[in-house]
Design a protein around this ligand. Sequence first.
Ligand code: FAD
Length: 309
Amino acid sequence: MRSLIVGEYEEHGITDATLRALTAASQRGVAFDVLVATRQAADSASRIAGVSRVLLVNTGDADALLPETLALQLAALAADYSLIAASHRTAGRAALPRAAALADGAFLADVTAVLDSQRFVRSLYAGRVTATVESTATVTFVTFRASSFVPAAAAGGTAPVIELAPLAPFAATTLVERQAPVQTSRDLASARVVVSGGRGLGSGENMTRLGSLAERMGAALGSSRAAVDAGYAPNATQVGQTGKTVAPEVYLAFGISGAIQHLAGMKDSQIIVAVNNDPDAPIFSVADYGIVGDLFEVMGELERQVRQG
Ligand SMILES: Cc1cc2nc3c(=O)[nH]c(=O)nc-3n(C[C@H](O)[C@H](O)[C@H](O)COP(=O)(O)OP(=O)(O)OC[C@H]3O[C@@H](n4cnc5c(N)ncnc54)[C@H](O)[C@@H]3O)c2cc1C
């Protein structure tokens, strides 16, 4: 009846999104282990409060662990677990459905609450429907929406590290190159402040300008899908149903109309500030503060304030 969580690692330690997935897993009320791919990640994971064991598949280079290979590894471990989970980010979204298919398990995506060991809540149709789902599979694979859970304490634990032999990598694909086309240095999914731009920005240059403002404000840059489709912003910045789900302390939306698919990814933010020159824009229906006006004027004023500060 144990749970296994895929531990993602960044320079400073196990990611905030993984810490949140661990909180979710702990709510099942059964012991939970963490699977990591490097020695540094294992050291960091073993200190997390509540972790029972750390499984280290020592690849030496976590980046080399493609979702296809991770799926093989998870499927090989499935017999020991009733739940295998990850945060609802790129790696988990790619690896877990594959692993579920290989292990003949069930897969539940974007889970927002854990009711008991087999029952979960997830949102469907861009947040219009909330479904309670009961899994009857022997092993259930789940991705947890990070913003729905608080992070587990990163210190206080002393879990043992168990080293596993890595499986032969999936042979049909090879990692050729990895690019990180982000415009700010902060992780969008876990940033405390997100500054987002939409089609109203009108150009990639203006989006770069918004990215610089975000950077100086200590925020991450987000965008709407229309802005991504228009080539103003990279894919990695997209917020919404088919992008990232964020719930920062403050979300600033510049020139975003507020389509239901965008709201699905940011409506749980604590404070929403919207700038739009259309007083009827739907974004104002979820905004705590709305500025009806030209976004470039507001951007200019914020730039002045940030320069002075
Ligand atoms: C299956 C599906 C999935 C989707 N997934 C997503 C998703 O994940 N994320 C997402 O964002 N969208 C998604 N969409 C697209 C979504 O429906 C909208 O088309 C998109 O969100 C619109 O982006 P926008 O608000 O930037 O553009 P627009 O709707 O064109 O809005 C631009 C806004 O800028 C304002 N504006 C223009 N100039 C100025 C100015 N100078 N000052 C102030 N305001 C100005 C306008 O008044 C307008 O409200 C999805 C759609 C589908 C069908």
